[in-house]
Write a protein that binds this ligand. Structure first.
Ligand SMILES: C[S@@+](CC[C@H](N)C(=O)[O-])C[C@H]1O[C@@H](n2cnc3c(N)ncnc32)[C@H](O)[C@@H]1O
Length: 244
């Protein structure tokens, strides 16, 4: 089985990451997508995790479908949405095979792009192109090679696990390893792309790169996260993709 079918469940067990409440970051991101669209509409979120963004988007007026492989993430999404008095259609499904009943005015994929090889990203992006209405956009978080190459070696220790970042320079992949106390280590490996690399992936997918929104960066020496830094320093950027 591919690591992505087990990693996130185990990560949740160790960190509780998927059962957190909505953070102001999610509300801000939902507002940014809404402002970019001009109005709320139908929105598909891929790899929606615990539904924090999906619920924030529903609160901003979008009609949201949240898709994730991880069933407990979907359960948390429904619970969180209900707590906030909105509805999110949470589906437990694989985005490589699911039919999410589009088209959508927006497709979002936060923190997760790059799981497979280039051919997998192309395959997923071609599916995304078919889920978009003519005027829609996809918003995809893409990890940068420069931040993750530099960040390799950073380690966090908790009572339950040690988390270490690495970088596969040959494959241009961020490696994120959890070593649970007394258990086997598990690693998430995400392909990192510059905007130029991403443009090279897109021909044939039906998408073009319309905008690049640089994201934030964590400075491990200062222990500070800056939510908005220049592209050459950020951990990830949002690729705004439109139908070619
Ligand atoms: C790093 S988590 C990010 C979760 C959420 N987007 C967030 O920002 O909090 C990546 C998510 O992608 C989901 N995922 C990975 N592969 C998937 C697939 N093939 N189909 C659907 N979801 C998938 C995982 O289960 C996980 O919830």
């Amino acid at each position: 089985m591919h690591w992505s079918h087990t990693f996130y469940e185990q990560q949740d067990r160790l960190t509780g990451y998927y059962s957190k409440p909505i953070h102001p970051f999610h509300t801000g991101l939902a507002a940014r997508v809404t402002a970019h669209r001009g109005q709320p509409g139908t929105l598909l979120e891929l790899g929606a995790g615990g539904g924090q963004f999906a619920t924030a988007a529903a609160l901003a007026g979008h009609t949201v479908t949240a898709l994730d492989l991880y069933a407990r993430g979907g359960e948390h999404t429904r619970r969180l949405a209900a707590e906030h008095g909105v509805t999110v259609r949470a589906r437990t499904a694989d985005f490589y095979t699911a039919d999410p009943d589009g088209p959508f005015d927006a497709v979002c994929y936060w923190d997760g792009f790059g799981i497979g090889e280039d051919a997998d990203q192309r395959f997923l992006l071609s599916r995304v192109a078919r889920w978009l209405t003519a005027s829609a956009a996809a918003y995809v978080d893409v990890y940068t090679p420069w931040y993750w190459a530099h960040h390799a070696g950073f380690t966090q220790r908790t009572e339950g696990y040690v988390q270490t970042y690495g970088f596969d320079a040959d494959g241009c992949r961020m490696l994120d390893t959890y070593a649970p106390a007394g258990g086997d280590p598990l690693t998430q490996s995400l392909r990192c792309y510059s905007p130029a690399d991403l443009r090279g992936l897109l021909p044939g997918t039906g998408l073009t790169l319309a905008e690049v929104w640089s994201g934030g960066a964590y400075d491990p020496r200062a222990g500070v996260y800056d939510p908005q830094v220049e592209l050459g320093k950020c951990m990830s950027y949002v690729a705004v993709l439109r139908r070619a």
